[in-house]
Design a protein around this ligand. Structure first.
Ligand code: SAH
Ligand code: SF4
Ligand code: F3S
Length: 445
């Protein structure tokens, strides 16, 4: 549908935001839309219809600055046609590059970092007062972290930020430089926030942070305490969290997950990055292969049937073939339901980017492909255990064309089944009739 005429005829203006990267950026984009709505901006589906364009960028892997340059380049013609158009870059590339972006891309009007989103109304106001470009990328380190979740139309399942930033400085990772120091939201504010989301129809929350299990409220409550409070003091029916760091994963957390298992999902994303202790040491991850495997054992013993997933980097500087094989053997040993694996990519400011023993791209691609092949087999084998089982699925949507509902089991397995629109938002019992590596098919019982 072309609604540009409608937008031009009304007093509202169109904003187009292109979002890259992690769920934090997705939440940040929602926050930007909510703030801009107050200034009469309305989201439009294409840049051609917009009077304001924002690229919410990610810097975690491969050529992010280059991507920003080429995307802004595509908007140059639009600006020639419409000089009132304003173009900005937000997110982690903005924080990383700051003024340099404005210098290198003259058509750009503004740049602002993840800690400056709440200043967006002021930034946009200033944009129309003068022709000067604007840059706001100062971390709010001295201040507490107070953000109410701003989501225009929360679905059944929603992400809630509990911490921002990261203090871990893994030697490959740019995030501590783009998101600043770690800060936690106060417990009481979080509980109120989650409760008000449940009043808007949210039934599942995913608590979000770079390292959720180092959460610490100003009242002293740790992550386990937060999980308990969300389970006991809110009406939310399912609780997930991501990402937890293996070094901070302890028995208390597993015990709480087991105790509140009716609400806390049987799914833990526990990024290992490498299966070799020497590589882990150089990554500054704070655990060895053996310590990681001990934690996996602790989790599996306490929560039988729990599903695990992980993140992996192949071709970290100096990673030998033998060390890579340790990662492959770790996959065989742990048996993750799914993995997110990446080729190492040197990032600015990080230690590992300066090391001389970088691996060739060809070798990295080969290691990555072999890992995916291996995981495909493991995921396929693990998936078979669901066949014939009756699983509770939280229904997230309905595909009118196919007549199918889609949702997730507690193990985070995507499940499709023939259903109805009115089932969206409900917890439904589904018998699994077909189990593929990444998706289950079933029927309502
Ligand atoms: N805080 C999370 C990860 C955030 S970044 C954690 O500690 O697990 C998401 C994933 O991107 C990381 O787990 C890592 O696997 C990958 N990643 C980060 N930096 C990378 C780099 N320089 N090259 C390749 N992958 C990287
Ligand atoms: Fe990056 Fe490590 Fe922090 Fe995760 S824990 S965001 S990988 S520095
Ligand atoms: Fe990317 Fe920044 Fe997230 S680098 S992964 S958008 S924290």
């Amino acid at each position: 549908m072309d609604n540009s005429a409608e937008i031009q005829n009304s007093s509202t203006k169109g904003v187009f935001i292109n979002t890259y990267g992690c769920q934090m950026n997705v939440n940040d984009t929602e926050r930007m839309f909510s703030l801009l709505e107050m200034l009469n901006y309305q989201s439009v589906p294409s840049p051609e219809q917009a009077s304001l364009i924002i690229i919410n960028s990610c810097s975690v892997r491969e050529k992010p600055v280059h991507k920003v340059h080429s995307e802004v380049g595509r908007y140059r013609l639009l600006k020639e046609k419409n000089p009132a158009l304003r173009i900005g870059v937000a997110g982690c590339v903005a924080q990383q590059e700051k003024k340099r972006l404005l210098k290198d891309i003259p058509v750009l009007d503004f740049v602002f970092g993840p800690d400056n989103i709440d200043q967006l109304p002021e930034i946009v106001g200033d944009l129309y007062k003068s022709e000067d470009s604007l840059m706001k990328a100062k971390f709010q380190h001295g201040e507490g972290y107070h953000v109410e979740t701003m989501i225009r139309n929360p679905g059944v399942s929603t992400f809630v930020n509990i911490t921002k930033g990261c203090d871990n400085f893994c030697s490959f990772c740019v995030v501590p430089f783009t998101r600043g120091r770690e800060r936690s939201r106060p417990l009481t504010e979080l509980i109120k926030d989650i409760q008000s989301l449940t009043k808007r129809g949210v039934r599942e929350v995913t608590l979000l942070g770079q390292n959720v299990n180092s959460y610490k409220s100003d009242c002293g409550t740790n992550f386990g305490g937060l999980l308990r409070a969300v389970a006991e003091d809110t009406d939310v029916e399912r609780i997930r969290y991501t990402t937890s760091h293996p070094k901070d994963f302890d028995q208390e957390l597993v015990d709480i997950s087991q105790q509140y298992r009716s609400k806390i999902c049987d799914y833990i994303h526990l990024p290992v990055q490498s299966g070799n202790s020497e590589v882990l040491e150089r990554m500054n991850r704070g655990y060895s292969r053996e310590e990681y495997l001990d934690k996996v054992r602790m989790i599996k013993d306490t929560i039988p049937g729990v599903a695990l997933s992980t993140d992996i980097i192949v071709g970290f500087p100096g990673e030998t073939r033998e060390q890579y094989e340790d990662t492959a053997s770790l996959l065989e040993e742990v048996k993750y339901e799914s993995i997110y694996a990446f080729k190492y990519s040197p990032r600015p400011f990080t230690k590992a980017a300066r090391w001389p023993d970088q691996i060739t791209d060809e070798e990295k691609s080969d290691r990555l492909n072999r890992l995916f092949e291996l995981q495909k087999r493991i995921s396929g084998e693990l998936s078979q255990k669901y066949l014939g089982q009756v699983k509770e699925v939280l229904v997230e949507n309905f595909d009118e064309k196919k007549g199918n509902n889609n949702g997730r089991t507690t193990e985070n397995k995507l499940t499709h089944f023939p259903g109805r629109k009115d089932l969206v938002g409900q917890l439904i019992k589904v018998k699994i009739t077909k189990a593929l590596p990444t998706i289950l098919h079933g029927e309502i019982i």
